[in-house]
Design a protein around this ligand. Structure first.
Ligand SMILES: [Zn+2]
Length: 249
């Protein structure tokens, strides 16, 4: 793109986080259609088997408690039915994701005390699966170690998160990791130019946001927008594709 020699309507497929379904479901389809793709990996998930949001989900699914007390979020979240569990889960995730990593870990410990601890199931790829992706020629990118929203963290934690993640992935694959997808990824809310500066200092060359849109030659290199095709409604999905297509036209 920097050199201006991409074909029109070029696209890049990216997968964030490192979930096991990337390996089980997406990989065979990508290979069948000979598509390249890049996987942005939160390394704590690979090491530990799950991310904090998976813990919350598994705790809520397993619990027989009738509610989550207001100690956690400030309001009582009911858990009587499947519907209530889904609503309370969504409210809890929205609340917890904007906390810094330390506070969130403390809140999840409280949640385990209230709901009853479970043995967490692996949801993320294993290190061997991640390695296999690169051996097959797919690219990896950074996604921080703990999948924490960088704007909630101090400068030092930001550097640690980026560095730990980069070193983990480079040690595993013996390849340079030079791109990052910022967790949650809205530019100027979830990360800003200071976080881009920290990434540049650690020798990252470009970064992706979750802002909707196509990328052009003038697009800032650390805020490359993407388009998230997980709209459940088919006509909304078509509309968002049409929007990106018209921006490129
Ligand atoms: Zn993510």
């Amino acid at each position: 793109m920097a050199e201006g020699n991409l074909p029109t309507k070029a696209l890049v497929l990216t997968f964030d986080d490192g979930y096991q379904d990337n390996f089980i479901n997406a990989l065979p389809v990508l290979e069948k259609h000979r598509c390249a793709a890049t996987f942005f990996i939160a390394s704590k998930g690979i090491e530990q088997g799950y991310l904090w949001n998976d813990q919350v989900q598994q705790l809520i699914i397993a619990t027989e408690a009738e509610k989550i007390s207001k100690e956690i979020t400030g309001v009582v979240l009911p858990l009587h039915s499947k519907q209530e569990k889904i609503q309370s889960f969504n409210a809890l995730i929205t609340y917890l994701k904007f906390l810094d990593q330390n506070t969130r870990t403390m809140k999840i410990k409280l949640l385990e005390d209230e709901l009853g601890a479970v043995i967490y199931k692996r949801t993320m790829m294993t290190a061997s699966q991640v390695k296999q992706l690169t051996d097959k020629g797919f690219m990896l990118g950074a996604h921080t170690h703990n999948h924490t929203i960088l704007s909630t963290e101090t400068k030092q934690v930001t550097i640690d998160e980026l560095q730990t993640n980069k070193v983990y992935l480079e040690t595993l694959t013996r390849k340079e990791i030079d791109s990052i997808a910022f967790p949650n990824g809205l530019y100027n809310r979830d990360y800003n130019k200071e976080h881009c500066g920290a990434a540049k200092q650690l020798k990252f060359r470009f970064g992706f946001s979750t802002n909707d849109g196509g990328a052009f030659q003038h697009t800032p290199k650390f805020a490359l927008p993407r388009f998230m095709p997980f709209r459940r409604n088919l006509s909304l999905f078509s509309l968002s594709i049409a929007k990106i297509a018209s921006e490129n036209g």
